[in-house]
Design a protein around this ligand. Structure first.
Ligand code: AHR
Length: 320
């Protein structure tokens, strides 16, 4: 009797264990763009942590900013027969063939943080923020804070051809449209990096009377804004005062800049794209639940009034 019940208990335990293993022992390939920004580093950290927490075997491939490397990684994941693929696509176009190959192999692909121009039946879902909305929020902040005075804006764009660069530009332009005192006088890519943000800002300052003609900087991410802040300081001007600074991501360092009065506003992009992506994937593979084509993450505006050092403390160890 005792033996029987121990056996029954062991069987239940085994089936619970094996059941859990069967449900969660997924192998997922992740093609990451690279490590151009603090935000990207945090997304990588969070994805690895989420995978580990769920018992997912994550195969990670860093594309070093090159689409051809991402396509190679996807083909290698397909050849290995992974259960699913996460793709953070560096640019919007050029994905049709490889996504068709994944579809033919019945491997679901989930887009992370950026979108593609390919037909949406080639991927399971896309976990992204509303990238146009982020640009609108940044533009709206300027509209509300500049008032009626004439304001020449310089823009640091993200990677050319990437969905956030395209959408954040669009949203910002929509927000300032009809406000004739706000004018974008220069706009160039800084490739989402601190180094290029600084370099391009230096050239803007030089071309615009040492910065005297510039009233505001809009950067498509915080890293470029942080590089530009350095350039503005080196030009003898006060970022945040002489030149207003608004950007996107909400990385820890921008909160230090907000606290120092050197940045004015940032729109938060959560680095936790993997959580919702794995939730959707597990529900799909285990229970056949088909997710919506777009799983939208939240965007939140932070300014100097939002206790920046408190937010910095909360974020500083999150993998940025
Ligand atoms: O796709 C999201 C963007 O890519 C982030 O805003 C930027 O920092 C990153 O590199």
């Amino acid at each position: 009797m005792f033996f029987k019940s121990v056996l029954a208990g062991a069987t239940m335990l085994a089936s619970a264990v094996f059941g859990a293993t069967a449900a969660s022992a997924l192998t997922v390939g992740f093609s990451q763009i690279g490590s151009e920004s603090g935000w990207r580093a945090a997304e990588t950290t969070v994805t690895k942590q989420e995978a580990e927490r769920r018992g997912i075997d994550l195969k990670f491939a860093d594309a070093q900013q090159k689409q051809e490397n991402q396509i190679k990684a996807l083909r290698s994941f397909i050849a290995q027969g992974v259960d699913a693929i996460l793709l953070a696509p560096v640019v919007e176009t050029g994905w049709e063939s490889v996504l068709e190959e994944a579809k033919d192999a019945e491997i679901p692909v989930i887009l992370l943080d950026r979108t593609v121009s390919a037909s949406d039946d080639l991927y399971l879902t896309a976990v992204t923020s509303d990238l146009v909305h982020e640009g609108r929020v940044a533009g709206q902040w300027l509209v509300e804070n500049v008032g009626d005075r004439a304001c020449n804006i310089v823009e640091l764009q993200g990677t050319t051809g990437s969905s956030p660069a395209i959408a954040r530009k669009k949203g910002f332009e929509e927000a300032i449209a009809g406000h004739d005192n706000l004018k974008i006088i220069r706009s160039q890519t800084g490739d989402f990096t601190r180094t290029k943000g600084k370099e391009v800002m230096e050239s803007f300052l030089k071309a615009e009377n040492g910065g005297a003609n510039i009233c505001a900087l809009y950067a498509h991410n915080d890293d470029m804004a942080l590089g530009a802040i350095q350039a503005i300081k080196e030009a003898g001007l006060k970022p945040g005062e002489d030149i207003l600074v608004v950007s996107i991501d909400a990385v820890p360092d921008i909160f230090k800049a907000l606290d120092a009065g050197e940045a004015n506003a940032t729109v938060e992009l959560t680095p936790n794209m993997a959580g919702p992506a794995f939730d959707a994937l597990e529900a799909y593979l285990n229970d056949g639940v088909v997710p919506p084509k777009w799983i939208q993450t939240e965007s939140k505006l932070y300014t100097q009034a939002d206790d920046p050092m408190k937010v910095y403390e909360e974020k500083k160890n999150l993998g940025y």
